[in-house]
Design a protein. Structure first.
Length: 237
């Protein structure tokens, strides 16, 4: 789904997506975007930040309350705060205007390819030898009150389902699959976003902070994701 109030840009983006083999639906404002998303259930949303009726931040927040669909934000703003806020609300990637249609299509391909691989392969490799308090059942990982199920793409704390986005779940699964192993930011970018991601390493920090908050709010009192200063992150053994 392509959401933008500039008809020329919508035409450009949809033309290039269709040329790459994707079906598209469109919306011209925030309210219409939510209506179309509910009706069409898109596999990915390209979302402009500046929209009539509801801006992209509001649309992203509303979508995240009901769906983990990958979201790529389009913004003409160069202020880093705007990009960070978008990521905090659950966007998976962002593209600054003006942009290359080829670059945008490459990002869409990368995100959808990762989603397809996870559906077919259970979201990655099963973990190896576990630490204390950790076990695997099939491909699922249990750690204390946490149960991380890649087949359902769902994480629970006790009987509560955690409202994780696609990217947050992938970070959690990547770290939990190798407890005790330290992943630097570049390694997480490659594992989670793919080698063709165009963003910077600070994107990882934003998503990890949001993930930690959801774990805590969901009832996982223990600090499962540890920061290794100057290096990156690891899942507690």
């Amino acid at each position: 789904m392509v959401v933008d109030d500039e008809p020329a840009l919508v035409e450009l983006v949809t033309y290039n997506l269709k040329k790459a083999g994707y079906e598209t639906v469109t919306a011209g404002d925030g309210e219409e975007a939510l209506e179309v998303a509910a009706r069409e259930r898109p596999d990915l949303v390209i979302l402009d930040l500046m929209l009539p009726k509801m801006d992209g931040f509001e649309v992203c927040k509303a979508l995240r309350q009901v769906s983990a669909v990958p979201i790529v934000m389009l913004t003409a703003r160069t202020d880093e705060v705007d990009r960070v806020v978008g990521l905090e609300l659950g966007a998976d990637d962002y593209v600054l205007k003006p942009f290359s249609p080829r670059e945008l299509v490459a990002r869409v391909k990368a995100i959808l390819r990762r989603a397809a691989l996870e559906r077919s392969a259970g979201a990655g490799e099963p973990g190896g030898a576990g630490g204390a308090g950790r076990s695997t059942t099939g491909r699922a990982i249990a750690a204390g009150p946490l149960l991380i199920d890649p087949d359902k793409h769902r994480a629970t704390a006790g009987d509560r389902v955690l409202p994780l986005t696609y990217t947050e779940f992938k970070i959690l699964w990547t770290l939990a699959s190798s407890p005790g192993r330290v992943f630097d930011r570049d390694a997480l970018l490659t594992r989670v976003w793919g080698e063709d991601f165009f963003g910077d390493a600070r994107t990882v920090d934003v998503h990890v902070r949001h993930l930690r908050q959801k774990l805590q709010e969901g009832g996982a009192e223990e600090e499962f994701i540890e920061t290794v200063r100057g290096v990156g992150y690891r899942f507690k053994e």
